[in-house]
Design a protein around this ligand. Structure first.
Ligand SMILES: [Fe+2]
Length: 211
């Protein structure tokens, strides 16, 4: 609904901040590949609860996670109207993609993909599962942000403390440790609940609103 357009003035985590924003500069979230497993077989159910699929009696296998955060511009201002998409493997390491692993092992109770559009507060939230490793990769959740007038921004969210992080090629391709750490967040137990975790992953984009 907004007629607001956005200017892209930095990419790939570079710190190219316009002079007007220099004082409010934040580290920009590093961009990561969309990867080969962005779903090619979307379910009808694409909401922000990936643990429950319409028409399926059983919920997803895996550790429940509340994944939430803010979509911000380089000055820390919330971005409204941002389409946030996430996708990840199920508890068996299978993607919602025709080449994303053995289809016989796909967990029918896991949605594999979800989307949420931010309101004025720039915040998003999903209910999903704690990501698990699959061959060649440490656990991660893919996340993409789409705003009017800019190319889709894709990155990945990693779990603090996972040993495989140390030798994951994609994560460690980010040479600057300060930027790498922006993608690695704690997954901690929800207070009072032993079987559910919460993780906050904020995304800072190198854009500035222009009116
Ligand atoms: Fe992946």
């Amino acid at each position: 609904m907004s007629s607001r357009r956005h200017l892209l003035f930095a990419a790939g985590g570079a710190l190219l901040v316009s002079p007007a924003l220099a004082l409010a500069e934040r580290l920009l979230t590093p961009r990561q590949t969309l990867g080969p497993f962005y779903p090619d077989q979307l379910l009808l159910d694409r909401d922000n609860d990936l643990v429950r699929v319409d028409g399926q009696a059983a919920e997803a296998r895996g550790i429940r996670v509340q994944l939430h955060g803010s979509i911000l511009d380089a000055g820390g201002r919330p971005l409204a109207g941002a389409l946030v998409e996430i996708w990840q493997v199920d508890a068996n390491g299978i993607y919602l993609h025709s080449r994303g692993g053995d289809r016989q092992r796909l967990d029918p109770g896991f949605q594999g993909y979800g989307r949420f559009t931010t309101a004025a507060d720039g915040r998003y939230r999903f209910r999903t599962i704690r990501p698990v490793p699959y061959p060649g990769r440490t656990p991660h959740i893919h996340l993409a942000v789409t705003l009017p007038g800019i190319p889709r921004f894709a990155t990945q969210c990693y779990v603090h403390g996972e040993l495989l992080n140390q030798r994951d090629g994609l994560l460690n391709a980010i040479r600057d440790p300060r930027l790498r750490e922006l993608l690695v967040v704690p997954f901690v137990p929800v207070s009072g609940q032993s079987d559910e975790q919460i993780a906050r992953f904020d995304v800072v984009l190198g854009i500035t609103p222009s009116f």
